[in-house]
Design a protein around this ligand. Structure first.
Ligand code: TYD
Length: 132
């Protein structure tokens, strides 16, 4: 189950009258302990980010605002597209998944990461990733 990217639907606590809160808590509703959190913002709409894969890192990614589209590919060439258009939807990305990311205007991406930042954990070259 955890080998493929997939959407995790987190609970929305609250109401449309009062607003909502969503919680990611290990091990209740997420599969790894979080060592790092980062967020990206002010990404122009015509830019594609990502363009890499990770050797060990697992991530859960939210669009806390706006809409974010992920295109993923595993080492065997299996591709998928995921649309994050609701703050309670998380995209689980296991290790060894190439991803490209597109953003709507004003989208804010929040990432919960299983490891500390390490540039040596990245494949930034697609051919290196496929050949590894
Ligand atoms: P990168 O992971 O390539 O971003 P994206 O997938 O959104 O295109 O990171 C962009 C830059 O930020 C790169 O120079 C590395 C740096 N960075 C850190 O220093 N620490 C971090 O935790 C992350 C995620 C990136």
């Amino acid at each position: 189950m955890l080998k493929e990217p997939h959407i995790i639907k987190f609970d929305k606590i609250g109401s449309s009258q009062l607003g909502f809160i969503t919680v990611a808590e290990y091990p209740q509703n997420m599969p790894f302990e979080v060592k790092r959190v980062y967020w990206t913002y002010y990404t122009p709409q015509d830019v594609t980010r990502g363009g890499h894969a990770h050797k060990e890192l697992q991530q859960i990614i939210f669009a806390v605002s706006g809409t974010i589209e992920f295109t993923t590919e595993d080492k065997e060439g299996k591709k998928a597209t995921f649309i994050l258009d609701e703050p309670s939807k998380g995209l689980y990305i296991p290790k060894l998944i190439w991803r490209d990311i597109k953003f709507s205007h004003n989208a804010v991406l929040l990432c919960l990461a299983s490891e500390e930042y390490s540039e040596t954990d990245y494949f930034r070259n697609y051919e290196d990733f496929k050949a590894w």
